[in-house]
Every structure is written in C-alpha cells, then in structure tokens.
Design a protein around this ligand. Structure first.
Ligand code: IMP
Length: 432
C-alpha cells in the first residue's frame, strides 16, 4: 500500500493524528498536504501526551521523513516552537522537512482573520483566527510569501512590501503595531529562515523517491470533508481542500500514486465554529458526549458542538473521497447510553426527504435529521483489543456504519492511548 491518504469524514477532530501515528510505524514518509496550525492533533504514547498543530503526526517514529507539503500554510513562529518543544523532550526532528513552496502566515494574516470575523459580527464563520483564510487568499492573489523567500533578504523585503501595500487601508487601525513595520517584520522572518534552513527541501521529490522505490507514503489530511472549501458547508468551511483529491496537489505527486484512501470517522459527530449541523444535540446526551469525549478544541480550547452520528454526511464523504477503508474512533465514549441514534436521512422544512447530502445551503440549514435507533451497551470497552472483545451491540453499531457507507472498517479506536485500537480484517492479520 505505497500511497495512503488519511482524511477526516466529518467536521474535523475525528482523531486522524492517532490513526496516522499508528500507520506511520510502517511508512517511510508522512506528509501533510493542506491546512496550517488551525489543526490540532493529540497523541498519547505510553501515557505521555503530545500536541501538534503543524508537524505531521509521524514525528514520534524515529527514522521517518515528516513532511510539511507545499499545500500547507506555515506560521514559522509556531513551527519553531513545536520543533523546540520536541527537542526538549529528546525527540529526533532531523527527518522534518518543509516544502520550499509552502506559503507563510504573516502577522497581517492573523490580524485580518480577526478583523474579518469582527466585521461579520453575527454572521461570523468561527475561524480559529490563525490567519489561515487570509494566507490562502494571498496565495491565490499571487501576493503570498513562500518558505523559500526566507532565504533571500532582498526578495523577502520586496515581497512583504508588495503584500502590505494593498492592505494598508484595512490595517490602518493597527498601524502603530510594531509587528506591521516592514523592517522589523523582514528581520523577524529572516531569523526564522536561519532557524528553519536545515529543514527546507524539495519535498515533492522526497515523496517521489519513496514512492518510486515502493515505500509507503502517508498523506495526512487536516480538518475534514465537510469543511472543504469546495465541497463542505460553505461559507462555514476552512480555506483549503481537505478531501483526498487535494493530497496530490498539496504534496506534489500524481493521482496514480494514491493506492488507498482511509476515512476517519468519530462514532458520533462534533463541530467547532458556526454552520449547519443536522444531528446536533443540546440535551444531556450532548453533554455526555462532550464530557466523555473531552470535546474541547486542541487549538482554541473552544467547546465542541456534539451530536449523533450522521450517516447521510458519511455517505457524502465516502463518495467525495472514494474511501477504501474506515477507521472509527472514540467508540468507547458511547458506552453507557441506552439507545444510540444514527441519522439515515434528512427531512426538509417543506417535508421533502433527502437520502443524499443536499447541495443547496438553504435546505441543509433548515433540514432535520431522521434516525434509526440501535441498542447501546453498558460495558467499558477501553480494554478491548479485538472485535470479539466488544459487546454484541457495539459490533452491530459498527456493522450499521460500514453497511451504510459501503466501506469496510479496518481500525476501531477505544481510548486515547496509542495502543487502545482494535485492528480488523487485513489490518489484524498483518499485525498478527
Ligand atoms: P479556519 O480554518 O481557521 O479559517 O476556520 C474555518 C472553520 O474551520 C471554523 O469553523 C473552524 O472551527 C474550522 N476548523 C479549522 N480547523 C479545524 C480543525 O482542525 N478541527 C475542527 N474544525 C476546524
């Protein structure tokens, strides 16, 4: 399985990092292909917790290349902080490579993100305010600053000056902020360049070399299908493409390099930020999911909105990504609920039935979910290590998910630790 893409099937926070970390044990390269430090991955290894925003989840496996691909937007101060944090914990970071073509998040991007949200008022997106949208906007407008620019003082200064100019009007209220001084900003970013230079590389070539010699490359998605700029719940989306198709563009490989696409799906649904969420729960069950699943953002600490599993949305994500396997995470959080509900269709405000995810925003915003009820289980399943260890009701719940999506489940997460995972089918046979 040389080229494997791992993506989120919901609105993010499905636990992709843990799945990537597991699969990275057999890979030569792990490459992130979109997003930035709006993402947050938590990995628990031997009781120790690691949180990453930019660095690919494979970094805990020595000897792997961990690549920040050209499709990622990089805040260099955050990246340097993560590198130093790992060094302090004696984790080898020599395999970390950053694409010379990746775009840089600049101080004005972060300010613009907050300013845009403030302007929208009640209509705000609920962004992570990390400057992601404005950075991708500059990239498209060809006003972006790239990682390679950090290595040339003259070019860097020119590009920052050009990018700042059209923003002068918008940024005038911040004009006294030293962060927006051309000279100070150029000096600051040159210092980042010195620190990052050993990691800057032609990462597309690195992926090619690994794939060409038959080694496994994992393409690590951030955010998720329903936050996709083109296919998600626009405008309540992120500014990149988290779907599997974007892995090629964001890492610099061809479509025939992809052999498998794994979708990571939480056993229930969460969402941070604004936007439609047909299975949202604002009752005690929602609180059970939030407390049991520790549903607070890794990046912003915001409380996540929680709800039942949405099979209409999962089937949509399956189609958009042509999933070949599913990894179901946080199944343990459902223990103790007498009845479990899964959304099987939506009903529009005028009574029409939607078996497919509606393409029109007005329908989605007012649709209500219709459910099938399944029996829950009482048992604590955090110690289960094979499917046979699970209660019958849990196995039936998983079967209902797999049947609805038409995709086999290969991994099941039953707790936060690295080893709290059940391997299924081919995965289990490979591990035996
Ligand atoms: P942005 O990516 O910061 O521009 O935020 C746009 C939307 O995507 C907001 O609703 C965020 O809450 C959401 N978002 C961005 N990154 C993540 C993530 O890693 N997990 C969950 N939601 C995210």
């Amino acid at each position: 399985m040389p080229g494997v893409v791992i993506i989120g099937t919901q609105w993010g926070d499905e636990g992709k990092g843990k799945i990537v970390d597991m699969l990275a044990a057999d890979a030569a390269v792990v490459v992130r292909f979109q997003g930035g430090n709006n993402a947050g991955h938590t990995i628990v290894s031997d009781g120790e917790t690691f949180k990453f925003h930019l660095i690919p989840s494979g970094i805990l496996h020595p000897g792997r290349f961990c690549v920040i691909g050209n499709g990622v937007v990089v805040d260099p101060s955050v990246l340097i902080e993560e590198i130093e944090g790992l060094r302090r914990r004696r984790i080898d970071v020599s395999g970390l490579k950053v694409s010379a073509n990746a775009h840089l998040i600049m101080p004005y991007h972060v300010m613009l993100d907050s300013a845009h949200e403030a302007k929208l008022g009640k209509l705000e997106i609920g962004t992570t305010k990390r400057g992601i949208g404005p950075c991708y906007a500059d990239k498209s407008a060809r006003l972006g600053i790239r990682v390679q620019d950090l290595l040339d003082a003259k070019i860097l200064r020119k590009k920052i000056a050009a990018a700042l100019e059209p923003k002068q009007q918008l940024l005038r209220p911040f004009a006294r902020d030293p962060k927006l001084d051309l000279h100070a900003m150029t000096e600051e970013y040159l210092r980042y360049g010195h620190r990052l230079e050993p990691h800057i590389a032609d990462t597309s070539r690195l992926c090619w070399d690994a794939l060409d010699s038959g080694e496994t490359v994992i393409f690590e998605g951030a955010q998720a299908a329903l936050l996709d700029l083109d296919h998600g719940t626009y405008p309540f989306v992120t500014s990149s493409n988290p779907v599997a198709g974007a892995a090629c563009v964001g890492a610099g490989v061809g479509p025939t390099d992809i052999d498998e696409v794994w979708g990571v799906c939480k056993a229930y649904t969460t969402r941070v930020g604004a936007g439609p969420f047909p299975t949202e729960l604002s009752d005690q069950v929602g609180a059970h999911l939030r407390d049991g699943g520790h549903e607070f953002g890794t990046t912003t600490g915001r409380e996540r909105r929680c709800g039942w599993l949405d099979l209409v949305a999962l089937r949509y994500a399956t189609r958009l990504n042509r999933l070949s396997a599913l990894a179901i995470t946080k199944l343990d959080v459902l223990s103790g609920l007498e009845t479990l509900r899964v959304a099987v269709r939506y009903r529009g405000s005028e009574g029409a039935v939607f078996d497919e995810f509606p393409y029109h925003q007005s329908i989605l915003h007012t649709a209500t979910a219709e459910y099938e009820d399944l029996p829950g289980w009482e048992e604590d399943i955090t110690g289960a290590r094979s499917e046979a260890d699970l209660p019958r009701e849990a196995r039936e719940y998983l079967e209902a998910i797999s049947d609805s999506a038409g995709v086999p489940i290969r991994l099941i997460g039953v707790g936060p630790d690295r080893n709290q995972v059940i391997r299924v089918g081919a995965q289990a046979r490979a591990a035996a």
